[in-house]
Design a protein around this ligand. Sequence first.
Ligand SMILES: Cc1cc2nc3c(=O)[nH]c(=O)nc-3n(C[C@H](O)[C@H](O)[C@H](O)COP(=O)(O)OP(=O)(O)OC[C@H]3O[C@@H](n4cnc5c(N)ncnc54)[C@H](O)[C@@H]3O)c2cc1C
Length: 386
Amino acid sequence: MTDEDREVQARARALADELIPHEVQAEMNGGRLAPEVERRHEERARELGFGAINMPKELGGGGFTSFQQVLVQEQIGRPTNALGWVVHTPASWLPKVASKHQLDTWVIPTIRGERGECYAITEEDAGSDVDAIRATAARDGEEYRLNGVKWHVTSFNRSDYVFFQAKLANGPHSGAHAMFIVDLDTPGIRVVRTPAYTHTYGHHHPVVAFEDVRIPAANLVGSEGDGMLFAYEWFRYERLMIAARALGAMERLIEEATAFARDRHAYGRPIFDNQAIQFMLAYSLTELWASRLMTYRTAQGIDEGVDVKVQHAQCSMAKLSASEAAGRVADRAVQIFGGRGYMRENVAERFYRELRVDRIWEGTSEIQRLIIADQLAKRGSRTLVG
Ligand SMILES: Cc1cc2nc3c(=O)[nH]c(=O)nc-3n(C[C@H](O)[C@H](O)[C@H](O)COP(=O)(O)OP(=O)(O)OC[C@H]3O[C@@H](n4cnc5c(N)ncnc54)[C@H](O)[C@@H]3O)c2cc1C
């Protein structure tokens, strides 16, 4: 790490430390805090220089290296209830394909923190198999007409536009994927329902219907047929950042469980003195280190310009390793806390639930294994892991 990297890491840690005391209140209040507190946290993130850390400096973003982004995400993975999401990371793939109109209307205001986006790709019958989507986009003069029902649209309640992925219903690229930017106040967009999820986040994941939604042709991102390219780029980025946040969660769990084990007495001595407890913590720390090295190295490789297919496999390996390890670490932490670990006011209980989704979203663990195996077959292990 350079001095600058260390300074970025320390600044992010300070932000996370300010958020942690608000977790229990969020947990008991459907994930939300008082509006003025939420506003303050957003402002604080920006004051500390964490506005749009992944976006180019020339557009007003932070221009952080991939490695620095991982360091920040690792720290904001330490608070539960997604309180760390005050560090916004807009669509980093967008600036290089966005038109001037799109830059002015969505990209730059998002970097400034004035607008917010969500993603609508998944459908009831299309999750892992993205190509199975049924949503359509039909060109109609200078407009597209969008139809489809999207599931799990994260942050819909805190966004004002959505990236909508559909298959083209007509024209020369009929059947190909395309991505569109859609303002959420466009007529024809309807929340079907807002299911409750395992975690308690202030960000909801509703089912959203798009019924004859008419948007200007200028809202098409890139060209017709490009839709999957953007999705893959975003998946790659988010997989690495999920790995980073899982590292932060693991570190927090290990620290809290170790402190508890030293303090808690049973049979007249600290429970830490039992090898059964020590072994759980020792293995957790070992798993954290392994995933951390992998995640850091993957990010540094991206900064060094490693081949994009190798990046793809390495991001999958980092996510697979860190998310699976984090699940095990949380499970052990609950065990160490005993009955307290089953109470929602306890950090281990919250992470035990919250970390589960990291093995599902942005590609399940099974899909990560398929990606890794595919790259192994095509490129061989030395190309992928040295
Ligand atoms: C909280 C949450 C937030 C989300 N946010 C968003 C969002 O903002 N936008 C969005 O578009 N999507 C979002 N998603 C959707 C998420 O990306 C999908 O849930 C995920 O990709 C899995 O798809 P699925 O749920 O349809 O499962 P399925 O694809 O139906 O898979 C079910 C099971 O089958 C397994 N499986 C499938 N195919 C194979 C195979 N070939 N080999 C082996 N096993 C296989 C899977 O691994 C899984 O275990 C979110 C999901 C959740 C839970």
